[in-house]
Design a protein around this ligand. Structure first.
Ligand SMILES: [Zn+2]
Length: 557
């Protein structure tokens, strides 16, 4: 045995002997210790947000810091007192340490707020997305914040006391903890209430209550909605009278992008030409477009709903049918083609094709596919439709991070050097932006290719509309990725590119004046306009159509 291995052996033996001499501990004390661990080791982001911009020469600041520290520790202890007992304590804490450590890692790294939207987004994340987040630093973090505390907990002996005595003792601890928490808050109530007024979202930084609370809400909502059919909004939908005079069937392609932000969009005047191909085409660009949410789980259902951001209600949006159901009911065939994580309920009951695990060697690496896979065998779909009308949604992988470098083929690697790892902290901001911009170049290429494909479909009147689901932070104000609560999200996460292309046949047969549309495109628009603009342009009649939200309304004959 080598010297080093011998030393390690001795160290671990002495560690074990320390553990062996640990006194037996009551479950309540264990709960308090665990809660202290969470407050001290896992809540850096919460405390730095809650205590930002304070004058530390003022005793009141120290009092406030102490009070919220005690309140949070006491409240989380109270929660632990409810769930921990001599049988459940070790397994429950094991799970809590693992999940909290992983969550803390990403929270600190990317400033993640664990509200219900974020938790839902994480639950719908596929294995492929999750695996891109692993790194050596993550493993070290997990060892320190999960493996070590778990080892310690399993080495502890728990005191056992008879149930008769245990119950009143436990109740006393719970009441005591709540009284201490309430007392501390009362002590600094004015300060505390102004924090809750001005920075309400900081509560979603409190580990581990944030994700436990949000997870409970998501599970409750999903259970309530499971297997409940969607509430119809489509029963009165029908094609307008103008459809009677159409010479050709219609082929409309709606491209829903991913994580592409307005600031890096060449057509919007970005310093770099990231849209060289689209800029040569006759497209209508909307430079001031905004998203409904800051993540896919919010934005995708929202943009296809009647509610939108202006009447945002997550439960109602999930409970009701979408724009696609109206289009389908009116008699146009819809197909959702996906290279990402599915249609998020938007296409329930309608045709959905998952292409993200395709076996196309030129476009797929066995894990992920480049977005051109979405155009694979479009001819076959068109053939199947037998000259009928088609409304196709292409759901891109786009600029999905943090592995921007994996989102474009080598030929699109124009801006260098690039960040070639998912661990963004290993790269300079310029390298991150370079990789991201190459991804934008690829989106530009994909959209141009879609348009040139549509141009070959001369038996159809064709059109394309592209918009991204949300933007992305690339290190501005130290923030990365996306998913911040909408109310505090920076504009990098909510400003999106949006582009429309109409064939001559489409524009003339649907009476759309492209020049008029180009003029209107300079005004601010949002994902809320999608629902009504599609219904308006396609001349579908529905009681849910709102002319004031239809971008084409003033531009149609
Ligand atoms: Zn997204």
């Amino acid at each position: 045995m080598s010297q080093a291995a011998g030393n390690t052996g001795a160290v671990s033996r002495s560690l074990l002997s320390v553990f062996a001499r640990l006194p037996a501990i009551g479950v309540e004390r264990l709960g308090i210790l665990a809660s202290l661990f969470f407050s001290i080791a896992c809540n850096y982001l919460f405390f730095s947000a809650a205590l930002a911009n304070r004058d530390w020469s003022h005793p009141a600041s120290w009092l406030f810091a102490g009070a919220i520290f005690i309140a949070i520790t006491a409240l989380q202890s109270a929660g632990l007192f409810v769930v921990l007992n001599r049988w459940s304590a070790k397994p429950v804490l094991t799970v809590l340490f693992i999940v909290t450590a992983a969550a803390t890692y990403y929270m600190n790294k990317y400033t993640v707020f664990f509200n219900t939207e974020m938790v839902r987004n994480i639950l719908r994340t596929d294995v492929k997305e999750a695996s891109e987040l692993f790194s050596l630093n993550f493993c070290i973090h997990m060892f320190m914040y999960a493996a070590l505390p778990i080892l310690l907990v399993w080495k502890l002996r728990l005191k056992t006391i008879p149930l008769r005595r245990a119950i009143p003792v436990r109740l006393a601890y719970i009441v005591g903890a709540i009284v201490i928490a309430a007392g501390s808050i009362l002590l600094v109530f004015q300060d505390f209430s102004s924090l809750m007024r001005n920075q309400k979202e900081v509560r979603f930084l409190i580990m581990p209550s944030n994700y436990l609370f949000s997870l409970t809400r998501v599970v409750a909502a999903d259970t309530a909605q499971a297997n409940v059919p969607k509430i119809s909004i489509s029963d009165d939908a029908k094609l307008g009278a103008a459809w009677g005079q159409r010479a050709k069937p219609m082929l409309f392609v709606l491209v829903v992008g991913e994580t592409t932000r307005a600031a890096n969009w060449g057509l919007n005047g970005y310093a770099r030409q990231t849209t060289p191909e689209l800029s040569k085409l006759d497209v209508v660009n909307f430079p001031h477009a905004s998203s409904c949410g800051t993540n896919t789980e919010v934005s995708v259902p929202c943009m296809f709903s009647t509610y939108g951001r202006r009447n945002y209600d997550e439960t109602k949006i999930r409970a009701h049918e979408s724009l696609l159901h109206i289009i389908d009911h009116a008699g146009l065939k819809t197909i959702w083609r996906d290279n990402q994580a599915g249609c998020k309920g938007v296409c329930d009951g309608l045709e959905e094709q998952r292409l993200d695990s395709s076996k196309n060697a030129a476009l797929c690496d066995g894990e992920r596919c480049f977005d051109e896979i979405l155009l694979d065998n479009m001819d076959g779909e068109i053939h199947k439709a037998q000259n009928g009308n088609l409304f196709v949604v292409l759901h891109m992988l786009g600029n999905h991070g943090p592995s921007y470098f994996r989102r474009y083929p080598a030929a699109m690697r124009s801006f260098t050097p690039t960040c070639d790892t998912s661990d963004l902290s290993k790269c300079s901001q310029q390298e991150i932006v370079n990789a991201y911009d190459n991804g934008v170049l690829y989106t530009d290429h994909f959209l141009a290719k879609t348009i040139s494909y549509l141009k070959t479909q001369t038996t159809y009147d064709t059109a394309m509309l592209y918009l991204s689901d949300h933007g992305e932070s690339l290190g501005e104000h130290g923030i990365y990725l996306h998913g911040l609560p909408y109310s505090i999200a920076p504009k990098e996460q909510t400003e999106i590119p949006m582009v429309m292309w109409l064939s001559q046949g489409f524009a003339s047969s649907f009476g759309v004046d492209k020049d008029c549309l180009s003029k209107r495109s300079r005004n601010p628009v949002s994902q809320d306009n999608l629902f009504h603009s599609i219904l308006g342009m396609l001349q579908i009649e529905s009681k849910h159509y709102d002319k004031s939200m239809d971008l084409s309304a003033g531009c149609r004959a």
